[in-house]
Structures are given as structure tokens and as C-alpha cells.
Design a protein around this ligand. Structure first.
Ligand SMILES: Cc1cc2nc3c(=O)[nH]c(=O)nc-3n(C[C@H](O)[C@H](O)[C@H](O)COP(=O)(O)OP(=O)(O)OC[C@H]3O[C@@H](n4cnc5c(N)ncnc54)[C@H](O)[C@@H]3O)c2cc1C
Length: 408
């Protein structure tokens, strides 16, 4: 393989994985990584609450792709070449065993993101990658021999190949660097957030988690199922986070003000209606707010009864058909108004970025500027929580690295 100089902008998950893949694929290549901030791999360090949810235990590519609101079609090819099974193998063969949690998320057995950070840094060093911090890319000029780079410390650098792996942060130069050579940037908006609901009565229920709920955003025609958590400010948990990801663009469009319908219980409504009728028959003298039907904490049941305008002393025998229907409506389609979003501290990502149709996913090379490659969150690719976002960074970095090295 020919010797060549490869420059990588961004010392995050995608940039490091690309640098290591390039240096390993072509030992004659000179790989140089430029990180703008003083810190390398800072998001990996913070990720998963300090534990780093490296990937997801899903080795079936079509099922894996269902977790990507943006990028599913384009990642199909890349995931046939490097998927979560390869990520597990990659880290384990380098002395970092991973474990699976009951929901499929995978973490280092040490439960510490430093195992991942140290492994990536050591691999890069051993592969001969030259790493510079506090030296960001501020501009580049394509030429006949490659790229002339201008860096934030005033220095210049020449490289035959250039990777932009600057992440999904609007404040960094990544988007404008891509745009400077003709790329279209899909407007970046937040994804993976929780819903703010200004309802003081809901706040009293903070801490309640329903394992099998569904949230629907009727105007956006979106729905997600899963565990739902009531918080001090609104709703969180996997169902809410997944809905925020699938509706990221629509919710930004309505400035995070929209109605949702919550079904606290899954399963057919008529089966539950029959349970209510049975309760009426078997416990005619008991008060409705006393519960006993829905598998929910007493506080939530009382709250639903209050919303259905069922008086506290109303007995099952006295519950009117209209009252029963109101109760069913609250259980299956409880209407709440979202009026903002809050940060989910464990993982948040950007929806938007470099338009995918302008990138060749076989090499991650730009279709607008030969020799320029992309990887990671800078692209208009993002996923729900669970390790899928890192997987996209590992895979796109690995493919870009090998392609830049001349291995593909
Ligand atoms: C708090 C938090 C927790 C998360 N937890 C998880 C998790 O557990 N599992 C999961 O799958 N995903 C998680 N994510 C998402 C995941 O971290 C990202 O999807 C992933 O880091 C994207 O990798 P990247 O390399 O593309 O970007 P980044 O990790 O953002 O790295 C980009 C790097 O480029 C640098 N940079 C920017 N501009 C320039 C420039 N001009 N020149 C040089 N360098 C530049 C930045 O300083 C940064 O270091 C989390 C995100 C957050 C914010």
C-alpha cells in the first residue's frame, strides 16, 4: 500500500476509531488527529452516566436499523461490514470485555467508561497515530495533491485525505467546514429529550414508572411504546425518549408545544372494560378510587379517577356508564399538553447534519469533494438510546479509516 498522509478532525468516538482503523490498515500511512478542545474522547467519558453504553446486543442488521430515525437506509451497507458483533469482538480482543444488560445495552464489565477511553488511546498510540489537542481545524482548501489545512493554533498542515468527525455540536465549525465545499446541512435540532408538562397534579406522581405504556402524538402521527416515567417536570423513560427521537424535527417545528395521548396500560380496551364490569359485579360497595383493577400505584389510579370526575365516595355499583367511559378514556388516551423539553443527561444527540445523499456510504467519502470523508454524528444519522449512536460512530469511523488508508 502507498504511503499517504491522513488528517482527522475530531478526537471523539468516530475520529479515534477511524484513526486506528486507518493506521492498522496501512502501516505506511501517516495518521494525524486534530482535536479542538483540550480533552480527547470527552463524550465517551461522560456517556451512559460514566459507564459508556458502547453498543447494543442486536446482531441482526434489519432489526438494528429499526432504531435509527435518520440514517437507517444508508447504514444498511455499512452494518453488513461492521456491526455490533464486530464492536464487541474489537473491544474484547483488546482486553475490554463487554456485558449485556436485560434491555440489550452493552457496557464494559468494569462499568467504567475509562476502560473504553484508555483502550482507544492505547490502540491509537500503538498504531502510531499522532494526536494533537487544542488544535482544531478552522478551514481547508482542496487542491491537486489533497488538502491544505488551517488550524486554530495558527499552524498549517497538508494531507492527502481528510476526515471530518467533528460531532453534532452546532457551536463547532464542523457544519460550516462541510458546507464550505458544497455540502448541504440538514438543520440541526436536538433529539433524545424528555417532555415538560406544566401540570401540578402530575408532579405529585413523580417517581411512578409504568412498564408497558404507549405515548401518541396525534398531530404528528407518531406513537411509541415502552416504560414511561413520571418526573418532577413531566414525562421521561424509554417511551418518551423514543418518541422525541422519531419526532425530533416535527417537535422542533412546533416549538415543543403539542398534545400527547398516554395509554397507561397496553392490551385491548374491551378486555379492560370487561374487568371494570367484573369489578362492579364483585365489589359493588367498594369505592372506585380504592383501585384494584389497573396494575398501577394507588396514586396514579386516584389521579385518573379525579381526571375522570369520579367522586371519592363513588361506589362501583353507582358508577354510571358515562363515568366508566371517562375512566377508560383516561386510562387509554390520557390527554396531556407538552410545553417544552428538558435535557436527558444520560444521552442526547443531534438530528440533522451533512445530507446523506451527498456521501458514499461504501467509503464514507464525499460525493462533492474527492478525498474528503465523514464519520459520526456530523452526519444526519442518529438513533434512539441504547448504544446505537456509538455504534454508528464506530462503524462509520471504521469504514472511513480503512477507505482513507487505501484498504478498500
Ligand atoms: C452526555 C451524553 C451521553 C451519551 N451517552 C451515550 C451512550 O451511552 N451510548 C451511545 O451510543 N451514545 C451516547 N451518546 C451519544 C454519543 O456520545 C455520540 O453519538 C458520539 O459521541 C458521536 O461521536 P462523534 O465522534 O461523531 O462526535 P463527538 O463524540 O462529539 O466528537 C467530536 C469531537 O470533535 C471535536 N471537534 C469539534 N470541532 C472540531 C474542529 N473544528 N476541529 C477538531 N476537532 C473538533 C470535538 O471537540 C469532539 O471532541 C451520549 C451523548 C451525550 C452528550
Amino acid at each position: 500500500m502507498k504511503s499517504r498522509t491522513i488528517a482527522i478532525a475530531g478526537g471523539g468516538a468516530a475520529g479515534f476509531f477511524a484513526a486506528i482503523a486507518a493506521a492498522n490498515a496501512n502501516p505506511r500511512a501517516q495518521v494525524v488527529l486534530f482535536e479542538k478542545s483540550p480533552e480527547l474522547l470527552s463524550k465517551v467519558t461522560l456517556s451512559g452516566g460514566g459507564r459508556c453504553n458502547v453498543t447494543h446486543h442486536c446482531f441482526d442488521v434489519p432489526r438494528l436499523l429499526l432504531n435509527y430515525p435518520r440514517g437507517a437506509r444508508e447504514l444498511n451497507g455499512p452494518y453488513r461490514r461492521f456491526q455490533p458483533r464486530d464492536t464487541v469482538e474489537w473491544f474484547e480482543s483488546r482486553g475490554v470485555p463487554l456485558k449485556v444488560e436485560s434491555d440489550g445495552r452493552m457496557f464494559p464489565v468494569t462499568d467504567s467508561s475509562s476502560s473504553i477511553v484508555n483502550c482507544l488511546r492505547k490502540e491509537a498510540e500503538e498504531a502510531g497515530v499522532r494526536v494533537f489537542t487544542r488544535r482544531g481545524l478552522c478551514a481547508f482548501q482542496p487542491g491537486a495533491q489533497g488538502f491544505a489545512l488551517r488550524l486554530t493554533d495558527g499552524t498549517a498542515f497538508e494531507a492527502e485525505r481528510l476526515l471530518l468527525a467533528t460531532g453534532g455540536n452546532k457551536a463547532t465549525a464542523g457544519y460550516s467546514l462541510a458546507a464550505s465545499v458544497g455540502h448541504t446541512i440538514e438543520a440541526p435540532v436536538p433529539s433524545l429529550f424528555t417532555f415538560t408538562i406544566e401540570d401540578s397534579t402530575l408532579r405529585d406522581l413523580a417517581g411512578i414508572s409504568m412498564p408497558d405504556a404507549q405515548i401518541t402524538a396525534p398531530a404528528q402521527r407518531l406513537a411509541q411504546k415502552g416504560p414511561l416515567l413520571i418526573t418532577h417536570w413531566g414525562l421521561s423513560g424509554p417511551a418518551a425518549l423514543k418518541l422525541s427521537a422519531w419526532g425530533a424535527r416535527e417537535f422542533a417545528g412546533c416549538e415543543y408545544t403539542f398534545d400527547i395521548l398516554v395509554s397507561w396500560q397496553r392490551g385491548p380496551r374491551d378486555v379492560f372494560a370487561a374487568q371494570l364490569a367484573d369489578c362492579r359485579k364483585r365489589h359493588p360497595r367498594r369505592v372506585v378510587v380504592g383501585g384494584g383493577v389497573l396494575e398501577a400505584p394507588a396514586r396514579l389510579w386516584e389521579w385518573l379517577c379525579r381526571r375522570a370526575e369520579i367522586p371519592a365516595d363513588r361506589q362501583w355499583a353507582q358508577l354510571s356508564k358515562a363515568g366508566e367511559n371517562r375512566l377508560l378514556e383516561e386510562i387509554y388516551a390520557c390527554r396531556l399538553s407538552v410545553n417544552g423539553k428538558s435535557l436527558y443527561k444520560d444521552e442526547f444527540v443531534t438530528c440533522g447534519g451533512v445530507r446523506l445523499s451527498e456521501v458514499d456510504f461504501r467509503t464514507m467519502e464525499s460525493k462533492r469533494c474527492p478525498g474528503l470523508h465523514f464519520a459520526g454524528e456530523l452526519l444526519d444519522v442518529d438513533a434512539v438510546t441504547g448504544g446505537f449512536n456509538f455504534q454508528a460512530a464506530w462503524t462509520s469511523g471504521w469504514i472511513a479509516g480503512r477507505a482513507m488508508a487505501g484498504a478498500e
